[in-house]
Design a binder for this molecule. Structure first.
Ligand code: NAD
Length: 297
């Protein structure tokens, strides 16, 4: 039977460590969150992040702008938070109602406060294997999860399905980096022979948002499968009236795996805990920088 890669116990241990480090700081870290539009899903994600932050002693400031908020309003707010020394981390909840603004908006966050790791500066540092950037939360959380369960990466054939800036692309950069040394194939909606490529993986990661995309014939016997997908369906018989499915057809895939993440309870809790860690890191680095003598001192 496959090992279940449960995220909650690993995330709880990480949160405990973060809480201890936060309590040792003279001023607790503070995270500012911009939410644009009225998406119920975005609201739920933001509430979850705020609750988790409160639990470890990180303060939050939430600004919910209407869907019609323009580019100027968003950029003004980000600029204000960039300048505010009491704000350590800035997060723009994706997706924005107007997705064409995302490049400019993510690029307007101060890279030192960019706790989602979407700014080109941080993406560049990750691409170059430099450790002083902020790494996107879901890739970082997946790495911690794999480490916690002793899943090897070095020398392994890793197939990632989905190349978004949030998950697939930074995860590929991370797993192939020197020191981790995976051999990564990054697939997307135009990849030909996806099933055959997936079957070659020692570690298969799906981050698409398509329920039951990955089926039994896609898995090499004994492979590790990480399911990042979150697909919600209305289901009056479930708690809250909705059901969450991943990208992987769990019941038919799991018997062929060495290890597999559940959905829910796999990658999701790791993403949130990694965000908290990024806020703490931004706070610690900001404090260290303010102690350095300035050039003209
Ligand atoms: P996205 O829409 O930005 O990207 C999806 C990617 O999948 C694209 O690169 C696209 O090319 C690829 N794709 C689409 N259809 C495909 C197909 N048929 N075959 C192969 N590739 C295909 O999505 P995203 O923001 O990266 O999120 C992906 C999924 O992960 C969503 O379900 C999202 O909710 C989930 N997610 C979960 C977490 C978590 O913490 N568990 C975090 C972030 C995203």
């Amino acid at each position: 039977m496959a090992v279940l890669l449960k995220g909650e116990p690993v995330a709880a241990a990480l949160r405990k460590k973060i809480r201890a480090e936060v309590s040792a700081l003279a001023r607790p870290p503070r995270l500012a969150i911009l939410m644009a539009g009225e998406s119920a899903a975005s609201r739920r994600y933001v509430e979850r992040k705020c609750d988790a932050a409160a639990e470890v002693g990180i303060g939050t400031e939430l600004c919910a702008l209407p869907a019609g908020a323009g580019r100027r309003e968003i950029l003004q707010l980000l600029n204000h938070w960039n300048e505010d020394d009491s704000i350590d981390g800035v997060l723009v909840q994706a997706p924005l109602p107007d997705r064409s603004l995302e490049d400019e908006v993510f690029g307007a966050v101060d890279p030192a406060k960019d706790v989602d790791g979407f700014h080109p500066h941080n993406v560049g540092l990750l691409a170059l294997g430099q450790k002083d950037g902020l790494i996107p939360c879901t890739p970082k959380g997946i790495l911690y999860l794999l480490e916690a369960y002793g899943i090897p990466i070095a020398g392994r054939r890793i197939v990632i399905i989905g190349r978004s800036r949030i998950v697939g692309l930074p995860l590929a950069l991370l797993l192939q980096s020197r020191g981790l040394d995976g051999t990564v194939t990054l697939c997307h909606s135009r990849t030909a022979h996806l099933r055959e490529i997936a079957r070659e993986a020692d570690l298969l990661i799906s981050a698409v948002g398509s329920p039951n995309l990955v089926r039994a014939g896609w898995i090499r016997e004994g492979a590790t499968v990480v399911d990042v997908g979150q697909n919600f369906f209305s289901d009056p018989s479930s708690v809250g009236g909705r059901r969450l499915l991943g990208d992987v057809d769990f019941s038919v895939v799991a018997p062929h795996c060495g290890a597999i993440t559940p959905v829910p309870g796999g990658v999701g809790p790791m993403t949130v805990a990694s965000l908290l860690e990024n806020v703490l890191l931004a706070r610690q680095r900001g404090a260290a920088k303010s102690l350095q003598p300035s050039a003209d001192a």
